[in-house]
Design a protein around this ligand. Structure first.
Ligand code: GUN
Length: 291
């Protein structure tokens, strides 16, 4: 069986058109342009390309984007002071600090410095806590996008078994929370590097979200026939035949998984476009709430 491709680009384009309409309406009715500040410290190549894509998407949606690129050796105190200024700036509704940060800068202190009402990544303790107890908040972008990607397959997740591989604060933990909330109602198992027999869990899963950061974490023989696979991994594998000298692959072995799954996200073109889309969604929401 060849799995259907879950087209993240198409879903993202549909949602971005809706967001752009929302931005135009907010400008026309209230004179407010949603503003996003994107801070990149250092020049990690993957982060540079994510940040560039975020800025482009922001402009295409009609939002104001302020790009702040700082050298890797920027002192933490300077970064905290900048976040303080952005917290107080009425033209900025959302603040995103691209992770990971260079060594010597505390991710925790930096995230804690972002005002919860401008935390469009949904990373601050206030927003994480609200998500956990089901209060209105900014949902983290990748997990929110993943739920939408599963839903677009038409699978009703109520009572289904979802296995999440990975327990990061950015993806694994929050996606497990969102999938188990009453509105989705899946039964969730979280697997990680301490899991003894990963395949024993994935073989009973209706949905597998793989966010392990390692290619070939999930292979077709580990799947139940008809499962939905959401691949969050973005790994660079050396490939001399490509102009850049590498190609991107996910955490799932696409060839074998697509023989067994009913639907699977490609890498690139699956989860990535949805992460950026949910960021725009949160930024529009932040601007709407700000007045
Ligand atoms: N690094 C990897 N993913 C993300 C994300 O969603 N937001 C931020 N700020 N940094 C990231």
């Amino acid at each position: 069986m060849a799995a259907d491709l879950i087209d993240g680009k198409k879903l993202a384009a549909d949602l971005r058109a809706e967001i752009a309409a929302g931005v135009a309406k907010l400008k026309a009715e209230k004179g407010v342009t949603p503003g996003l500040a994107v801070i990149l410290v250092g020049d990690n190549p993957a982060s540079v390309s994510y940040v560039t894509a975020k800025e482009k998407a922001c402009a295409e949606a009609g939002m104001y984007s302020r790009e702040i690129r700082l050298p890797a050796e920027t002192p933490e105190a300077d970064l905290l002071a900048l976040i303080g200024e952005l917290n107080a700036d009425p033209a900025i509704h959302g603040i995103l600090v691209q992770l990971p940060l260079p060594k010597g800068v505390s991710e925790k202190r930096v995230i804690d410095a972002i005002a919860a009402e401008k935390d469009v990544d949904g990373f601050t303790p206030v927003n994480v806590g609200k998500m956990l107890i089901g209060e209105e908040c900014f949902l983290p972008c990748t997990p929110h996008g993943i739920v939408k990607l599963v839903q677009v397959t038409g699978m009703d997740l109520k009572g289904k078994h979802a296995v999440v591989i990975g327990r990061s604060n950015i993806v694994g933990k929050p996606v497990a929370v969102l999938l188990s909330r009453k509105d989705v109602n899946a039964t969730v198992t979280m697997c990680h590097t301490g899991t003894k027999d990963l395949a024993a869990f994935t073989k009973t899963a209706d949905v597998v979200v793989v966010a392990a950061g390692r290619p070939n974490t999930l292979t077709g023989d580990m799947l139940k026939p008809g499962a939905v696979v959401i691949d969050v991994g973005v790994n660079r594998v050396p490939d001399a035949s490509k102009p850049k000298g590498y190609r991107l692959c996910g955490d799932a072995d696409f060839a074998s998984c697509s023989e067994v799954a009913s639907a699977i996200t490609p890498v690139p073109g699956g989860v990535g476009p949805m992460t950026i889309t949910m960021l725009l969604w949160n930024t529009l929401e932040a601007a709407c709430r700000a007045r």
